[in-house]
Design a protein around this ligand. Sequence first.
Ligand SMILES: [Zn+2]
Length: 310
Amino acid sequence: MEVIDLHCDALLKLWEGKGRLSFADSPKLDTNKERLKEGHVKVQCFAIFIEPEIKQEQKFQIVLEQIDYFYREVLDKNQDMKQIKDWSDFYKLKPGQIGAMLTLEGVDAIGNDLTKLSILYQLGVKAVGLTWNTANLAADGALEPRGGGLTLFGKEVVHLNNQHQVLTDVSHLSERGFWDVMELAHYPIASHSNSKALCNHPRNLTDEQAVAMFKRGGTVHVVYYPPFVKEDGNASIADLIKHIDRFCALGGAKHIGLGSDFDGINMFVGNLENAAKTQNLINELLKHYKEEQVIGFAYQNFLNRLPGRT
Ligand SMILES: [Zn+2]
């Protein structure tokens, strides 16, 4: 069964590798082309992520460098990798081709300059998270003790996302920020978040947040990072599926998707260590859910909610 994965950090690793890693088959990448094919991942989202230690004045330069790796190393060297630049591109993929979509994990790098955001849209960024874990000019992240919501600038970012039919991603955002996004965003999504009721971590979503996302027509994509799956960090695929069960029990069966976080994590759910293992999750899901429901989790729920279709 084909899968759409809403989050990986392969671009960060490619950038850190300074050209030494091959996207085609480097074993250092959890998400390389060989592994995507083996795992039947039909579309992979590639997050642009700048580590918080980087000086502000260098951040946008590094965003451009990571996008350059996306174009040169992921796309140009692999003719079977096709960029998803318009929402309609999902339906143009041929057998054997894999879609690749750029996303932005936190707007720190644009400072207060919306022109930079506009340029990123033009380069193909289709989902924008306002923050990583800490605060920036747009909002507070989930680990920022102050727990603030969106600033006026953050609200402008959401409006610009709406205008461009770009998804606004709430994964990593503070809870107050989440509720602000729920009011403003036309296309909200949680690209890699689990259930806080099952695993009490500030990165996860409360039941109230999950229900709000479902009611707003967004999708929540479960993440394979053990500390977000189970509090002791020792997680199996069965434990991950409990998060899907929980979201289903809250009425989210048609709003659940997958967001691995591969290449951004250094601990793994058993039998789910890289993109090649993706079908282990699908096969386990098929033991618990009807095929049509699993197709929903794997890709159809996300496709049904794409801008222009809801
Ligand atoms: Zn993340």
